[in-house]
Design a protein around this ligand. Structure first.
Ligand code: IMP
Ligand code: MG
Length: 172
C-alpha cells in the first residue's frame, strides 16, 4: 500500500480513545446511555471506545452518506439505515469518525430529538472546525485537525483504507 503522511499513530489514537471513554463513562455514571454509531466510518472507533467504557450501555447504528466517492460533501445527507428501536426517553450518545461541515451531525441531532430522545451528545474522533457550515460543536473530541482529507481507522476514500490502524492524510 502506498505510504502517505501519518497524522495520528495507532499509539496516539489508542491513548486518546481511552481518555474519551473515561470522560464519557464519568459523565454517564449510573445512567442508561444508548450509544449510536454512524456507519460506516465510526465502526472501528466505536468498537474501541465502548470496550474502554466501564458503564452499561446499549448499542445501535445509523447509516448516512453524503460524500459518494469525492472528498467534498455533496451537502445532501442521505439516511440509509435507521434502527427499529424506541428512542423515547433515551439518552443518546452519537459516535462519529469526523465532523467536517457539521451537516450530518445537525441532521442526526434533529432526528433523535424528534424520535423522543431526552438528550443527544456527540463523541467524535476528529474535528475539522475550519470547514464548518453550521454552528455544530461536538461534546467530546479526540483530536482537532487542520483541513485535510484523512483516511484510516474506519475512514475511507471510495471505500478504501478503512482498515489502516492509524490516520493518514489522503489529500493535503
Ligand atoms: P459533515 O456532514 O460534512 O460534517 O461530514 C461528516 C462525514 O463526512 C463524516 O462522518 C465522514 O464520514 C465524512 N468525512 C468528512 N471528512 C472526511 C475525511 O477527511 N475523511 C473521510 N471521511 C470524511
Ligand atoms: Mg461518518
Amino acid at each position: 500500500m502506498e505510504r502517505r503522511r501519518i497524522l495520528l499513530t495507532k499509539e496516539e489514537i489508542d491513548k486518546r480513545v481511552k481518555d474519551l471513554a473515561r470522560e464519557v463513562s464519568r459523565k454517564y455514571a449510573g445512567e442508561e446511555v444508548l450509544v449510536i454509531g454512524v456507519l460506516k466510518g465510526a465502526w472501528i472507533f466505536m468498537a474501541d471506545l465502548v470496550r474502554a467504557m466501564d458503564i452499561e450501555i446499549e448499542c445501535d447504528f445509523v447509516r448516512v452518506a453524503s460524500y459518494g466517492g469525492r472528498t467534498e460533501t455533496s451537502g445532501q445527507v442521505c439516511l440509509l439505515y435507521w434502527p427499529g428501536i424506541d428512542f423515547a426517553g433515551k439518552k443518546v450518545l452519537v459516535v462519529d469518525d469526523i465532523v467536517d461541515t457539521g451537516l450530518t451531525s445537525v441532521f442526526l441531532r434533529k432526528r433523535f430529538l424528534e424520535e423522543g430522545a431526552v438528550s443527544v451528545e456527540f463523541c467524535v474522533l476528529l474535528d475539522k472546525p475550519s470547514r464548518r457550515k453550521t454552528d455544530f460543536k461536538p461534546d467530546y473530541v479526540g483530536f482537532t485537525i487542520p483541513d485535510h482529507f484523512v483516511v484510516g481507522y474506519g475512514m475511507d476514500f471510495n471505500e478504501r483504507y478503512r482498515n489502516l490502524p492509524h490516520v493518514e492524510v489522503y489529500k493535503e
